[in-house]
Design a binder for this molecule. Structure first.
Ligand code: PBG
Length: 326
């Protein structure tokens, strides 16, 4: 009888041995926790499409941030739901806007104990639900850039650490960088949704943030999910425009893009595990088909193993809790 030349099972013999050879370790320090803040809201409301995720009134934001800090999570990503929407998305750059208020309140209370990131986009704030400004029957790239830059500066004035443009307008990183620098905000960083794909996995988020397009779709600005090389061109152009962190979005169906970005470039890579990824796991676990924490651990670890340095995930708090216990 011939013996196996290599016995890989030797390194799987005990828990401690497996720990010793473990290549990828998940930590609460990897997470960025999304937070939804809604203007004029009296009490928290549950988001129907995203079990256990809520929209919070401004008054509850500091409690939520305290919970996040206590769980060892280093960063939040703020999304605002305004009361007033118009064609130019003016609530997005209002210095008294809901996101601006949330930022200054968090900054005042917690100083630098948390990295405050905020989405820079128009779809929650425009009556059209599109991520850019409409001129005629088109989304006008360059007019939208002026507004995106204005939003970024208003968030910087409120005290944000990192702005996260997700509109997928060409040149958004360069426009925002220049505007921030011109206003003296040279330390405010940019984490761009660099390769944001036109994905069906965003559907539950549109219910969360009331940002579904009122007509048409986002195919003229988001990357087709068929195109990996095009995603790399998006990442490369953001790097050339001065981005600090690139983001790939969604995460789980895009691990190839995350891995390729990690191999090709030296910038920090974030992955956004989006609402649809969350909703699928929640639905399956509520039906009893999978164990929620076990499958979440596997999914988040695989995103990290693919090359992500950090993960925006709706599981941030629950994963931080099970990691504390393990
Ligand atoms: C809007 C925006 C979207 C998401 C984040 N910012 C939705 C979209 O592009 O339609 C999706 C996030 C998620 O699904 O979790 N710019």
């Amino acid at each position: 009888m011939s013996f196996p030349a290599k016995r890989l099972r030797r390194l799987r013999t005990s828990e401690k041995m497996r720990e010793l050879v473990q290549e990828t370790r998940l930590s609460s320090k990897d997470f960025i926790c999304p937070v939804f803040v809604q203007e004029d809201l009296k009490t928290r409301i549950k988001i129907e499409s995203m079990s256990e995720i809520e929209r919070l009134p401004l008054e509850d934001i500091n409690d939520e941030v305290k919970t996040i800090i206590d769980l060892g999570i280093p960063a939040i990503m703020l999304f605002g739901i305004p009361t007033h929407k118009d064609e130019i998305g003016s609530s997005a750059f209002d210095e008294k806007g809901i996101v601006q208020k949330a930022i200054s309140q968090i900054r005042e209370k917690f100083g630098d104990k948390i990295v405050i990131m905020a989405d820079v986009c128009l779809c929650q704030f425009t009556s059209t639900g599109h991520c850019g400004i409409i001129q005629g029957d088109k989304i006008d790239n360059d007019i939208s850039l002026v507004t995106l830059a204005k939003i970024a500066v208003s968030l910087a004035k409120a005290g944000v650490d990192t702005v996260s443009p997700s509109a997928m307008m060409d040149g958004q990183v360069a426009a925002i960088r220049k505007a921030l620098d011109d206003e003296g905000f040279t330390d405010v960083s940019i984490m761009s949704h660099s390769a944001k794909h036109r994905s069906n996995f965003y559907a539950p988020f549109r219910n969360a943030a009331e940002c579904a397009p009122k007509f048409g779709d986002r195919k003229t600005y988001q990357v087709p999910y068929t195109n990996a090389r095009e995603a790399m061109m998006e990442v490369e152009s953001d790097i050339n425009e001065g981005v600090d962190i690139v983001m790939i979005k969604p995460a789980l169906s895009y691990l190839d893009i995350i891995a390729e970005t990690r191999r090709k470039f030296n910038v920090p890579v974030a992955a956004y595990s989006v609402s649809g990824e969350y909703a699928l796991v929640k639905a399956a676990s509520q039906l009893g088909f999978v164990n929620e924490d076990d499958i979440t651990s596997e999914i988040l670890t695989s995103i990290k193993r693919a090359g992500a340095d950090m993960i925006v995930t709706y599981f941030a708090k629950s994963a931080a809790r099970f990691l504390q216990q393990s």
